[in-house]
Design a protein around this ligand. Structure first.
Ligand code: AMP
Length: 282
């Protein structure tokens, strides 16, 4: 496994891969890797000949007062995990490599779905994500790119920009990896105290409660969601949202249709997100 830190190095390393007509699978990450990320790498290995993982803590997707500075940077441990998972190449550019010295005048802004849910409480976040993913797509030029369903809204934004900007890249969503108690793995879980970690499980429990209410035939979706929000608040969360959307993030108008229940809530200073896909009961 090789590690490249410049665009020139990356392109030199990928040039023989392209010449040999091998397919390239790409997994963008911010590092501090866990088994959720590794699931993406394993999926990429199933589809593609060569797997490239980027590790880049992207400053432009963090808002003022968010955790950009303290976000864990653990390249050595990440490299070990990736080598064990069969990754072929790490691309770990510096901020300077990625953005250069001149002011960045071009950004990629996805409308509509990017302004909902996390977009409301994190203004500019998805523009930061969409811009850096576009740059990475141009740098790596993969055949397929792999994203976690944990960040369902991010996946929807990426799917849109890929179509809108005519990238010939297959976007593959990978199911959420959870710990044995149901907590979705996240680099931010490392911020939680052991007591907070026990409480954090309640996000998934709440999503399951919502699912249970829907499947048991209750028909007032607003009331079901409000009960979920109240429950999370009673457990000590500051709830950002608990909402239902269609899988492509449109409003739900039939409680029996396919839907995603999405949650974002803060425990102390740690913001957690999770979601659950509820399949249609028609
Ligand atoms: P991040 O490093 O947090 O930016 O995440 C990089 C990629 O890993 C994104 O596509 C995430 O959706 C995905 N990911 C993070 N956590 C999980 C998880 N628990 N299960 C599946 N994918 C995940």
């Amino acid at each position: 496994m090789r590690t490249e830190v410049t665009l020139q190095g990356l392109q030199a390393a990928l040039s023989p891969v392209r010449l040999a007509r091998k397919s390239i699978g790409f997994v963008p990450t911010m590092g501090n890797l866990h088994q959720g990320h590794i699931a993406l790498v394993k999926e990429a290995k199933k589809y593609c000949d060569v797997v490239v993982v980027s590790i880049f803590v992207n400053p432009t997707q963090f808002g003022a007062g968010e955790d950009f500075e303290k976000y864990p940077r653990t390249l050595e441990a990440d490299s070990q995990l990736l080598a064990d998972a069969g990754c072929d190449m790490i691309f770990a550019p510096s901020v300077q490599q990625m953005y250069g010295n001149k002011p960045q005048l071009t950004t990629v802004q996805v409308d509509d779905i990017a302004n909902d849910l996390c977009g409301k409480s994190r203004p500019g976040h998805f523009t930061g994500v969409a811009t850096v993913v576009t740059k990475l797509f141009n740098m790596v030029q993969p055949n397929a790119a792999f994203f976690g369903e944990k960040d369902w809204q991010q996946l929807a934004v990426i799917r849109h920009l890929t179509t809108d900007l005519c990238f010939s890249i297959d976007i593959i969503g990978v199911p959420i990896v959870r710990d044995e108690q149901g907590l979705a793995l996240s680099s931010r879980n490392g911020y939680l105290s052991s007591e907070e970690k026990q409480t954090a499980i309640q996000i998934y429990q709440t999503l399951k409660m919502v699912e249970q209410d829907i499947k048991s035939g209750q028909t007032d979706l607003d009331a079901i969601l409000q009960r979920g929000r109240d429950y999370l608040a009673s457990q000590g969360f500051v709830v950002d949202y608990l909402e239902a959307r269609t899988p492509d993030l449109k409003p739900v108008n039939d409680i029996q249709q396919d839907m995603i229940i999405l949650a974002a809530a803060k425990l102390g200073s740690t913001r957690l997100i999770d979601n659950l896909h509820i399949k249609s009961i028609h």
